[in-house]
Design a protein around this ligand. Structure first.
Ligand SMILES: [Zn+2]
Ligand SMILES: [Zn+2]
Length: 402
C-alpha cells in the first residue's frame, strides 16, 4: 500500500511506513500513541529512561531503571542512618555517573569515546564550581545568608534582591555555563544528530548539578561530624531533591537547548531562533524551580512542597523532550523519504536486518521498523553494527528470529 505522507510502497504487513514512520493503520493520532524512540510508550508519557537514554532498548532500559532505583534507596537509607557525607556525595553523582555508564555502555560514538564525554563532564564541572563560588561565597554571600535567617523569621523578612540574584540571575548564568561544552561538541561534524545534542546537554546539565551540590553542601564534608542525628527527615527530602529532581531538571533543560542547537537531520542548525527559544525554556524551567524552592521554604512542609514542585517542572521538561524528538525523527525521515537526489541517508539501514526492539525484519534503507514503528536512529551503535552486518548470524539482535 502507498504511504499517504511519502508515497513509498510498503509491504502488506506493514503497520508503519518504513521510510517516514507514518502510521498506515488508523489515523495520524495513532502515531502520537507510539513514541518514535520507544514505540511501546506514548509521546506524552512521563517515561524517564527512554527520554534521557534514547539508545536503550526495552530490556537495557529496565536494567538502568532498577540499578538507579536500588542506588536511590541505598542513598536514602544512608541519610536515614545520618551518614550525610556519603549520602550527599552519592546523591550528587548518582545520575551523572549512571549517565556516563550509559554513554559508555551503548558505545554512543565509537570513534570518539569516553575521553570526549569525560572532558565535557569535568569542563562543565569546573565552570559549575566557579559560578557557584562566585554567587554563593565570593560576591553575594550576604544575600544568600538572608535565606537561612529568613526561614526562621517569616516571609516578611524575604529579601527581594536576594531572591532575584539566586532564583533569576544565577539560573541564566548557570544555563550559559551548562550549554558551552555541549554546544561546542554538537557543532563537530561527527556529533550532528539531535540525539547527540540531547545527550551532551543532559550530560553537561547533570554534571553541573553534581558539582554545584558538592560546593553548596561542602560544610557536610568539612564539619568533621561523620554522623548526624538531627533533622534526618528533612535531610531525606533534601537528598531526594538533589539526587533526582535537581539533577534531572538541570540535565533535561540543557538537553532541550543543545538538542535544538543540533536540530533535525544532518549537520547542526546552530544559534537559530529555535535554539534561543529552547534556551529560554531551559532558563525558565530553572527559574521556576528555584523561585518555587526559595519561596516554599517560608511555608510549613516547604521542603516537601519544593520537591513536589520540582517533579511538576521535571514532568513538563520530559514531555517537551519527547514531543521534540518525535517531531524531529518523523520530519527528518519524511525529508529523507521524499528526497530526489538519489543519495541515501547515512542513518538509514543498509541491507536487510532486524529491529532491536521487536526483532522483526527491517527492510533495506529503513528509517523506521515497519512493524513496531521504532526509529532506527534511536538504536545503539552496537545494535546498528549488528543490523548492518547481514551475514552475521551470531549478532545479538538477531537472536530471537527463527
Ligand atoms: Zn511514508
Ligand atoms: Zn520493531
Amino acid at each position: 500500500m502507498p504511504c499517504p505522507t511519502c508515497s513509498t510502497q510498503s509491504p502488506e504487513v506493514a503497520l508503519y511506513c518504513y521510510r517516514c514512520g507514518t502510521s498506515l493503520r488508523g489515523s495520524a493520532s495513532t502515531r502520537a500513541g507510539s513514541y518514535a524512540v520507544q514505540s511501546s510508550e506514548g509521546v506524552n508519557q512521563f517515561a524517564l529512561i527512554s527520554t534521557i537514554m534514547p539508545h536503550t532498548n526495552r530490556q537495557t532500559a529496565d536494567n538502568y531503571r532498577w540499578a538507579m532505583i536500588l542506588s536511590a534507596v541505598l542513598i536514602v537509607a544512608a541519610t536515614g542512618l545520618g551518614l550525610l557525607p556519603i549520602a550527599v556525595a552519592a546523591a550528587a553523582f548518582l545520575i551523572p555517573v549512571a549517565y556516563l555508564v550509559y554513554i559508555y555502555d551503548v558505545n554512543m560514538w565509537e570513534d570518539a569515546p569516553l575521553p570526549v564525554v569525560a572532558a565535557l563532564f569535568l569542563g562543565t564541572g569546573v565552570l559549575a564550581v566557579l559560578v557557584t563560588l562566585f554567587f554563593f561565597r565570593w560576591v553575594f554571600d550576604e544575600q544568600f545568608n538572608s535565606f537561612a535567617a529568613g526561614g526562621r523569621v517569616g516571609i516578611e523578612s524575604l529579601s527581594i534582591p536576594a531572591l532575584l540574584i539566586f532564583a533569576v540571575v544565577l539560573p541564566i548564568v548557570a544555563e550559559v555555563a551548562k550549554n558551552v561544552g555541549g554546544v561546542f561538541l554538537a557543532s563537530r561534524p561527527q556529533f550532528d544528530d539531535m540525539i547527540d545534542g540531547l545527550t551532551f546537554g543532559i550530560a553537561a546539565g547533570t554534571a553541573y548539578a553534581a558539582f554545584e551540590t558538592i560546593v553548596l553542601y561542602s560544610s557536610v564534608f568539612t564539619s568533621g561530624d561523620f554522623r548526624t542525628t538531627d533533622g534526618l527527615a528533612s535531610w531525606a527530602v533534601v537528598v531526594v531533591n538533589l539526587m533526582v529532581v535537581k539533577a534531572l531538571i538541570y540535565g533535561t533543560a540543557t538537553g532541550i537547548a543543545v538538542a535544538a542547537f543540533s536540530g533535525k537531520g544532518e549537520g547542526y542548525d546552530g544559534f537559530t531562533g529555535s535554539y534561543f527559544l529552547a534556551f529560554g525554556l531551559a532558563v525558565a524551567a530553572n527559574i521556576g524551580y528555584w523561585l518555587g524552592v526559595r519561596l516554599l521554604a517560608y511555608v510549613p512542609f516547604g521542603q516537601a512542597l519544593g520537591l513536589l514542585w520540582g517533579f511538576v517542572i521535571l514532568a513538563v521538561l520530559v514531555v517537551r523532550i519527547r514531543v521534540m524528538m518525535q517531531a524531529s525523527l518523523l520530519e527528518a525521515a519524511v525529508e529523507d523519504a521524499v528526497r530526489t537526489d538519489g543519495l541515501r541517508s547515512k542513518r538509514a539501514t543498509v541491507d536487510d536486518s532486524y529491529c532491536p526492539e521487536c526483532e522483526n525484519l527491517l527492510l533495506d534503507n529503513s528509517n523506521f521498523c515497519m512493524v513496531c514503528g521504532t526509529s532506527v536512529r534511536s538504536s545503539s551503535h552496537q545494535a546498528r553494527r549488528a543490523m548492518n552486518e547481514p551475514t552475521a548470524p551470531a549478532a545479538p539482535t538477531a537472536g530471537g528470529v527463527a
